[in-house]
Design a protein around this ligand. Structure first.
Ligand SMILES: CC(C)(COP(=O)(O)OP(=O)(O)OC[C@H]1O[C@@H](n2cnc3c(N)ncnc32)[C@H](O)[C@@H]1OP(=O)(O)O)[C@@H](O)C(=O)NCCC(=O)NCCS
Length: 169
């Protein structure tokens, strides 16, 4: 895995066209979305994140311009915490890129932004994401019952977190 060249890069406005495609992928809609989004709606989503001072970075591989994005949102310096999110393009999933990108962002959050805790929420049906988060060291802190509605069913949402003290071990 360490041989894979993945690094984080600024997420530019010109990258929104890729994000639009990634978000409208069938799996992405099941795992993070609800319905397909227009390009304008995706532009508004990015704008909202920028207004919220979220840290948005593109995930770059050697071969491709961009394979995904990763962000820290709801950054709260008073409490030293932020929430992390990630989305890869469909063809870039299952190659270990998610782990490298998450680890780089978590490292940045703890060592550059001086956060004490990074947390996330994920749908309980997202076994791939949960496996990845557990491998990185996230702990499930709670399960929100019937918190999302996917394919005609209510599914649980997992709340997971990792502390700086656990990351530094
Ligand atoms: C979730 C996501 C970020 C994971 O990144 P990735 O690079 O594709 O992750 P990988 O598949 O390489 O690694 C995840 C691990 O889960 C395992 N895994 C894959 N599918 C699995 C499944 N159905 N059940 C259990 N484990 C699974 C893999 O074996 C891998 O473990 P390994 O490193 O020991 O091989 C990426 O697939 C993605 O962007 N998905 C769509 C959007 C999304 O769901 N975002 C997260 C929202 S919370």
């Amino acid at each position: 895995m360490s041989t894979k060249k993945i690094h984080l890069t600024p997420f530019e406005t010109t990258h929104i066209q890729y994000l639009h495609k990634w978000l409208n992928d069938e799996r992405a809609i099941r795992m993070i979305g609800r319905t397909p989004l227009t390009y304008e709606e995706v532009v508004q989503e990015v704008e909202k994140k920028r207004m919220n001072n979220d840290l948005i970075l593109g995930i770059k591989s050697d071969e491709k311009e961009l394979v995904g994005w990763v962000f820290l949102k709801d950054i709260d310096y008073a409490h030293g915490r932020a929430s992390i999110g990630i989305l890869l393009s469909s063809e870039s999933r299952g190659h270990g890129y998610g782990r490298i990108a998450m680890e780089q962002m978590i490292d940045l959050g703890f060592k550059q932004l001086r956060l004490n805790k990074i947390y996330l929420t994920t749908r309980g049906i997202n076994e791939q994401a949960i496996a990845l988060y557990e491998k990185i060291g996230f702990v499930t802190e709670g399960k929100l019952r019937n918190h999302a509605y996917v394919d005609g069913k209510y599914v649980d949402t997992y709340f997971m977190g990792i502390l700086a003290s656990e990351w530094n071990k």
